[in-house]
Design a protein around this ligand. Structure first.
Ligand code: ACO
Length: 426
């Protein structure tokens, strides 16, 4: 029997159904609430609102659990590749060897971008942020490539095209921003190795593929591949709900991810650590600043809407920092600072009481620096990683029998009816 909850308003009692997920989380179904009661719910920031029923990603913020299609993130980080995780997220199961090869072929076939797109790049003012460029370029893809959306096969072509071209566009934007020759994708390289080669190969200094660096990038992208209904994914679903083309919905996701409180935090963390390092400021001082209610400053890379314990991705990322720096036989003073800051915050009452732990962005930047990625490209790296999640969520929403145009309501608190005042009387 379906569980019910009772809602009492005045002298009336209403019964609402309880929906239960496969991991035991529960939601009160308010689909008919306004129709039944004339009332709506108010939930700023949607902290208590489930916007959909999804089979893609499970997050338990209290226990620090993250799973894609049921598989723990720790296992994917250790055994999977980004390409395989992309397949898993979008198709709902791990691929067979044949399916993975087929996917690699499609990614390869669609990896080039229209040469005319270079004109776009060249028109952006110098110093433009790569996230702004990427968001515009992805939206522009719709003008260069028709959206085929009838059969499953056609949807797969659009999806693969997007996955492959976004990677090429990101590397191209880096090369053009530096005034360097664009490097084309190579059919003999894997998804991650190809990206690194397009970023760093040059006619005077050929790039040597290092399998440990490729593994680090694979892990970084796997950890970022999906995170259920976060800000940018919700943006993709909301924009997509108007039945806009996939490119436009993804472009909206990129724009949302750019923000400092979301994917932009990776860049902000490194800038914060660099400032601390260069100016010789103490960790205690910056922690005091983050705690000051009068100061809007926040400790970047700390806190999360869902995780009230250590973010499982941050744990993997932290281990990755040590591994990659050891392999490169380099020392990054920012890693020492980050560890010092984490230790100080985790024993500070303010951070303990508010359950503020390092999130995925806290150690990500150090891994990206070790790979050689420039700081302003960090959110772009996040966007490439999150792309399969956005696509999987968009696809799920398009196929959802409960699909509806996303259109929240509001409680109006402005002036009552007011007569228009002619210009001369104001
Ligand atoms: N530093 C200092 N104080 C913080 C921090 C922080 N990083 N994060 C939250 N707090 C405090 C808030 O000031 C607030 O205090 P109050 O209750 O006294 O007003 C309390 O903790 C709760 O914070 P909220 O902003 O209400 O929590 P919310 O769930 O909305 O915010 C967020 C989550 C935006 C991630 C927040 O923790 C933050 O700003 N962190 C820094 C930015 C960051 O690292 N973003 C990346 C998130 S991960 C991702 O998107 C991939």
């Amino acid at each position: 029997m379906t569980e019910k909850v009772k809602l009492v308003i005045g002298d009336k009692t209403y019964e609402l159904n309880v929906i239960e997920g496969s991991e035991g989380e529960k939601a009160i179904d308010i689909t008919d609430l306004r129709q039944m009661t004339g009332m709506i719910t108010l939930d700023p920031g949607f902290a208590n609102t489930g916007s959909c029923i999804s089979t893609i990603t499970f997050v338990d913020g209290e226990r620090g659990i993250l799973r894609y299609r049921g598989i723990p993130i720790e296992q994917l980080a250790e055994y999977s590749s980004f390409r395989e995780t992309v397949y898993l997220l979008i198709n709902g199961r791990l691929p067979t060897r044949g399916q993975l090869n087929q996917m690699s072929m499609l990614l390869n076939d669609h990896s080039l971008v229209h040469e005319d797109m270079r004109n776009f790049f060249e028109s952006f003012p110098r110093g433009s942020h790569p996230m702004g460029i990427l968001s515009s370029m992805v939206n522009a893809l719709r003008s260069f490539y028709p959206e085929l959306q009838v059969t499953e096969e056609e949807i797969n072509i659009t999806v693969t095209r997007l996955l492959s071209k976004v990677r090429t566009l990101a590397a191209m934007s880096y090369k053009i921003s530096r005034g360097h020759k664009v490097v084309y994708p190579r059919p003999d390289l894997s998804y991650c190795a190809n990206f690194l080669n397009m970023m760093f190969d040059s006619p005077v200094r050929p790039y040597r593929i290092d399998e440990d660096i490729v593994k680090a990038l694979n892990t970084y992208w796997i950890l970022h591949a999906d995170h259920e209904q976060n800000c940018s994914t919700s943006a993709v679903r909301v924009v997509g709900s108007g039945r806009v083309n996939l490119y436009a919905a993804i472009s909206a996701g990129i724009a949302a991810l750019w923000g400092q409180l979301h994917g932009g935090a990776t860049q902000a963390v490194i800038e914060m650590l660099e400032e601390l390092h260069q100016n010789g400021r103490s960790v205690d001082r910056i922690i005091a600043r983050a705690k000051d209610n009068e100061n809007p400053f926040r400790l970047m890379g700390f806190g999360h809407r869902v995780y009230k314990t250590y973010d499982p991705r941050a744990k993997i990322m932290k281990e990755m920092c040590d591994k990659i720096l050891e392999k490169k036989k380099t020392h990054d003073p920012l890693l020492d600072l980050a560890k010092e800051m984490e230790a100080a915050a985790l024993k500070d009452d303010y951070f303990v009481e508010k359950n503020l732990y390092p999130n995925v962005d806290f150690y990500s930047g150090i891994v990206l620096r070790a790979i050689g990625i420039p700081t302003n490209m960090f959110p772009v790296m996040f966007a490439i990683g999150r792309l399969p999640g956005w696509i999987a969520q968009w696809k799920e929403s398009v196929d959802d029998p409960m699909w509806k145009l996303n259109r929240p309501r509001q409680i109006y608190s402005g002036p009552g009816e007011t007569a228009y005042t002619p210009m001369g009387e104001r």
